[in-house]
Design a protein around this ligand. Structure first.
Ligand code: ATP
Ligand code: MG
Length: 244
């Protein structure tokens, strides 16, 4: 289906006491689209993604995910929606006491995910292969580098075959080469799984490689939307400055 909307957010508001963070956010994500979000630290990017899966309850507005009104969901419906959204958390942690295999099996067991074609061991292997780390299946997180941990965390979101992946700072803390590899991996995952993604990043190389277009969050709303090339060569210095 062309241009099927998988996330539609309208007029979203969220304040913490007197801190007005989201002040009328509008966003549409289409199937297969990789949308970047950039903005200053503390502006509300992570708060927005947490609202999408209702880890944070917004004050007002509408969030529709895959045809479901997220803010009207009961717990069972919310669980169903969450299964279809992979969330790569900022600083996304693995469970240190579990091996890579057990880390990956965890969401399968927790959600009682059933795949008609593959058993859970096959799912683990398939998602590890997707991130190029099948070799690490029996390792403990303490044996992995930062870049490997990111890949494993990504494999853990892939295992439930999500329709949507929310990447919150997927390359933070990684060297330039590893960041580049993760950015390429984000593209490969879209090809392989047909996911739509929101990619929050301060890493402009990641924004350039992995996104189709980018929104800039400022003062509680999206002030600008354009491709990396458009925004990074904008006549407006304030916009260009995000891309230095
Ligand atoms: N649960 C919460 N309770 C109170 N304030 C919060 C909560 N979560 C976030 N905030 C505040 O909301 C603001 C936006 O935070 P958020 O984490 O979304 O920023 P961000 O744009 O993701 O920044 P960064 O780029 O540094 O990750 C911050 O001022 C933060 O302190
Ligand atoms: Mg954040």
């Amino acid at each position: 289906m062309e241009n099927e909307e998988v996330i539609v957010i309208k007029n979203l508001y969220k304040s913490f006491r007197d801190k007005h963070i989201l002040q009328g956010i509008d966003l549409t994500l289409n199937r297969g689209e990789n949308l970047g979000i950039v903005g200053k630290s503390g502006i509300g990017k992570s708060v927005l993604t947490k609202c999408i899966v209702r880890l944070i309850e917004p004050d007002a507005g509408e969030i529709n995910v895959l045809g479901t009104d997220v803010l009207a969901c009961n717990d069972i419906e919310l669980n169903e929606i969450r299964k279809r959204i992979g969330y790569l958390f900022q600083g996304g942690a693995l469970y240190d006491s579990m091996s890579v295999r057990e880390n990956l099996l965890f969401p399968v067991r927790r959600t009682q995910f059933v795949d008609k074609k593959h058993d859970s061991e096959e799912l683990v292997e398939r998602s590890l292969r997707s991130v190029g780390l099948l070799d690490a299946i029996d390792k403990m997180p303490s044996e992995l580098s930062g870049g490997m941990k990111k890949r494993i965390a990504l494999a853990r979101t892939l295992i439930l075959k999500p329709d949507i992946i929310l990447y919150d700072e997927p390359t933070t803390g990684l060297d330039a080469v590893t960041s580049g590899e993760i950015s390429e991996l984000i593209l490969k995952i879209r090809e392989e799984y047909g996911t739509a993604s929101i990619i929050i990043t301060h890493d402009m190389k990641c924004a350039k490689i992995a996104t189709d277009s980018i929104k800039i969050m400022k003062d509680g709303v999206f002030s600008v939307h354009g491709t990396y090339d458009e925004l990074s060569t904008s006549a407006d210095k304030e916009i260009r400055d995000y891309f230095i």
